[in-house]
Design a protein around this ligand. Sequence first.
Ligand SMILES: O=c1ccn([C@@H]2O[C@H](COP(=O)(O)OP(=O)(O)O[C@H]3O[C@@H](CO)[C@H](O)[C@H]3O)[C@@H](O)[C@H]2O)c(=O)[nH]1
Ligand SMILES: [Mn+2]
Length: 386
Amino acid sequence: MAGSSVKPTPVLKDELDIVIPTIRNLDFLEMWRPFFEQYHLIIVQDGDPSKIIKVPEGFDYELYNRNDINRILGPKASCISFKDSACRCFGYMVSKKKYIYTIDDDCFIFIDYPSVHIDRLDFEVILRDMKPLVAKNPSGEQINALEQHIKNLLSPSTPFFFNTLYDPYREGADFVRGYPFSLREGAPTAVSHGLWLNIPDYDAPTQLVKPLERNTRYVDTVLTVPKGTLFPMCGMNLGFNRELIGPAMYFGLMGDGQPIGRYDDMWAGWCMKVICDHMGYGVKTGLPYIWHSKASNPFVNLKKEYKGIYWQEDLIPFFQSAVLPKECVTVQQCYIELAKQVKEKLGKIDPYFIKLADAMVTWIEAWDELNSPAGKSSKQPNSTAK
Ligand SMILES: O=c1ccn([C@@H]2O[C@H](COP(=O)(O)OP(=O)(O)O[C@H]3O[C@@H](CO)[C@H](O)[C@H]3O)[C@@H](O)[C@H]2O)c(=O)[nH]1
Ligand SMILES: [Mn+2]
């Protein structure tokens, strides 16, 4: 019986790293301190490496800037984006933990929305004028976004048959009548995709036509993305099982010198989902929500996205029809095969996809090098704390 004995969520303190890409500052950590302080942070500093990023006292972290990435990866550093949040995937590579949680530095614990009427107030104003109420679930317990991701990752997914009462492993729910018992074990969960209140993750055209739209809808559910279905994965509030799917979580080559931006997480999500479907892993989306406080500039975003907006009309059919041979039994093998198909089938859309396919191979080479026994002892961050 799913969910019949509710065990407290293990904190996974020594099995999970929190990866934060940043080009700004890390003041947001103060709000997350009660939830993050016991975890190890991997901070990927983007942009000018000579800039000093101040990490609030008391956090256990390692920080990598571009000089570190170049030093550790050498020529393979070419696969890690510069001047784009895609750089965060370097943190996935250098981590040694089983789980990763990645979050943007403008995301906060969301306020207990129903009881706090926020009329488009800027979040900093709220922080200054009131102690944000950490959201509570229906039984009145404080919602800890990281804990919800851990719950999602530690419980199975149901990619092969849809459960109409949503997550059957959640307390107070179960499989409904007609759900095959042979499928009730579920599949191992590889990814937990969280959502956002306030500023939604819209593309630039949508941002431009709906500049004031805020997401105020808190939907209290976790769904498994069915096998064979793709989805737009956002890197803002994302957890994953690094041992299961880490090598597939390459955030595509974006930013400086690249023709598109803001498709890094999308690219990773499409590659990851094809591989999860092949490997029999599950992907969940829904809870937890975080409060996304800053809308990035829609005009800047349009310049980054526009080629992607029409390219994706060809990319999606490519991923929907991608088939991985049964000989591909590891994520790395799947990824290399996918990179081959990207080069063959998407290279004719634009030379960028040939470069991207090569970067995908470089990523796997770097991943395997860094995560080999010899590699694990080679990385030295530019600064670590307690
Ligand atoms: O050049 C850069 C720009 C930003 N960062 C860090 O990345 C995250 C996200 O940045 P930001 O909040 O400014 O951008 P959004 O548009 O809200 O982000 C969404 O779009 C995706 C970009 O692909 C991203 O994953 C989504 O969350 C912050 O932590 C910035 O500090 C950077 O490192 N380099
Ligand atoms: Mn943001």
